[in-house]
Write a protein that binds this ligand. Structure first.
Ligand SMILES: Nc1nc2c(ncn2[C@@H]2O[C@H](COP(=O)(O)OP(=O)(O)OP(=O)(O)O)[C@@H](O)[C@H]2O)c(=O)[nH]1
Ligand SMILES: [Ca+2]
Length: 509
């Protein structure tokens, strides 16, 4: 009797010890995790800001970026916090009314004053980059182009920000910075980590970038193999410890608007009596075009002729096949001084890999409802264009009352132009066409050259891989938890076995 009582007490005690041990182990593990987490929690962050103005041919856009000061060299830390569209046309259009540039940027710069904390204004850089519209103006009148830049520079230097200058980007820079932007945002410059970051990662292939503006268009990508042909079309980068040889070309006059101007100048006939029957506009659509305005841009100059009228009327006939034929005449493929060319004798290696196509590539494809499905075939797009172009103008107008008339009337031309540029201009095939992703933004950041420009000017992309902790924060916490749990379980089992081996065996049997 006494013996049974004794063993009951023992059993009671050992069970309680077990519970206490288990409980303390859980507390210990929880404490370990809490300490691990709090120890590794990033300190309150100190942010920096940067402002870039994209002075395009059709309009100016301002972007405000923000990033944690301590992590400036890490990838993917820069966030676009604001995009502000400047009211009015592109800066080049102000060449005959420079005084209007005094107030042009006020509204967007006021936004900057509100978004960027006041104490950071003096250290926040402001950059203005002008693109094809200003390149064209400089070709026509260098002095006027300088006056426009001086005027915008003067207005920007009146703010308390750190204004770093206004300049015209070369076509190469525009292409290259667009390529840097999307690959930075897609995280392509860092190695793809393997096994929770414990094993060495592998180099990722980059995305090509295609930008379709109003006055020029850029194509930039890392070709399959490097060639010594046309060295002007190559840029070499060393980013995060890796070398990239990137092909880029900017086709001036082949932006969406200048391409249309070229087409109209090409098609208007001396004998046409002031009427241009145009298959790229819908049946029933009519618009008057001023002849002298048509020839003001250097892009349409090559088709300039003396016409017996001052203005002509476009009359739409809405025929996709004929529109395609007319558009193709803009690409001269009759000569090529290299092993292979895009058009107009410009070298282009075979397109390779995935591409991000943005700006007007996206606007047009979005309108045509061709961005929701991820993979778009060229047949799908041709069929969409065939149907869309054949719709009468009145029907189109009433179907899309919210769309600006200028954009709406030009989607038939724009879609046909995009298809021709990609297939006949850049030689995308049925299969490679499907590798094009039409994008406006990547995780809230606009696809365009501005971010790449700022990353470069603020030295935020190091040539060499920055030295970082061997494990990421999440991997570190995961491993801490895992090993703590293993330790706790081992400890409990060990203690039970050590305290009462016979009890343990009995329970098991
Ligand atoms: N449908 C549509 N078209 C747009 C929109 N915004 C701009 N566009 C047109 O798309 C074309 C390209 O626009 P952007 O990329 O802003 O061109 P940009 O930067 O001014 O011109 P570049 O200096 O040649 O780069 C132009 O013809 C614009 O008029 C939009 O929201 N919807
Ligand atoms: Ca642009």
């Amino acid at each position: 009797m006494e013996g049974t009582k004794d063993s009951n007490v023992k059993r009671f005690c050992s069970q309680h010890i077990l519970v206490i041990l288990g409980f303390s182990s859980v507390i210990a593990v929880t404490a370990l995790i809490a300490v691990g987490l709090s120890q590794n929690k990033p300190l309150p962050e100190n942010f920096k800001y940067g402002i870039v103005l994209d002075a395009g041919s059709t309009h100016t856009n301002l972007y405000i970026y923000k990033w944690p000061a301590e992590k400036k060299n890490n990838t993917g830390v820069v966030q676009e916090v604001e995009e502000c569209k400047v009211k009015g046309p592109g800066v080049a259009k102000y060449s005959n009314k420079l005084h209007a540039l005094e107030t042009y940027l006020i509204a967007c710069m006021e936004r900057c004053k509100n978004v960027v904390p006041r104490s950071l204004h003096p250290e926040t850089p402001v950059y203005l980059g002008a693109t094809a519209g200003m390149r064209l103006l400089r070709m026509q009148n260098e002095h006027l182009a300088h006056s426009v830049l001086d005027e915008v520079a003067k207005s920007l230097s009146e703010y308390s920000f750190d204004f770093q200058g206004a300049r015209i980007l070369s076509g190469q820079e525009e292409g290259a910075y667009g390529w840097i932007t999307i690959n930075y945002l897609l995280g392509k410059f860092v190695e793809k980590s393997k096994w929770l970051g414990l094993m060495a990662g592998e180099r990722q292939s980059t995305f090509g970038a295609m930008d379709l503006g109003g006055a020029s268009t850029q194509i930039t990508f890392a070709p399959e193999s490097h060639t010594a042909e046309s060295p002007d079309n190559f840029i070499n980068f060393r980013l995060y410890g890796k070398d990239y040889s990137v092909y880029t070309h900017s086709f001036l006059c082949y932006g969406k608007d200048e391409a249309l101007q070229q087409k109209l100048a090409k098609d208007i006939e001396v004998s046409s009596n002031g009427i241009l029957k145009d298959p790229c506009f819908h049946l029933g659509y009519a618009k008057l075009v001023n002849v002298s305005k048509l020839y003001t841009s250097p892009c349409a100059k090559r088709y300039e002729k003396t016409l017996p009228f001052d203005e002509f009327q476009i009359q739409g006939t809405g025929n996709y096949q004929q529109c395609r034929q007319s558009v193709l005449e803009l690409f001269n493929t009759s000569y090529c001084p290299y092993s292979q060319c895009a058009f107009n004798g410009i070298f282009l290696p075979p397109v390779k890999g995935n591409f991000g196509a943005f700006s007007a590539f996206y606007f047009v494809m979005q309108f045509l409802n061709l961005t929701s499905t991820k993979v778009i075939s060229q047949e799908m797009m041709s069929e969409t264009m065939r149907k869309y172009c054949s719709r009468p103008w009145q029907e189109v107008r009433t179907s899309f009352p919210e769309v600006h008339e200028k954009f709406l009337s030009e989607y038939c031309f724009a879609g046909t132009y995009i298809l021709s540029l990609l297939l006949q201009g850049y030689h995308f095939t049925d299969s490679s066409f499907k590798d094009i992703e039409f994008m406006r933004e990547i995780e809230g950041n606009s696809a365009g050259w501005t971010l790449g420009y700022m990353l470069n000017l603020t030295n935020m992309i190091p040539a060499e891989q920055p030295v970082t902790a061997p494990l990421s924060h999440s991997t570190y916490v995961f491993l801490m938890v895992l090993f703590s749990l293993i330790l706790a379980v081992a400890l409990i089992i060990g203690l039970v076995v050590f305290k009462n081996p016979s009890y343990f065996w009995k329970e098991m049997v």
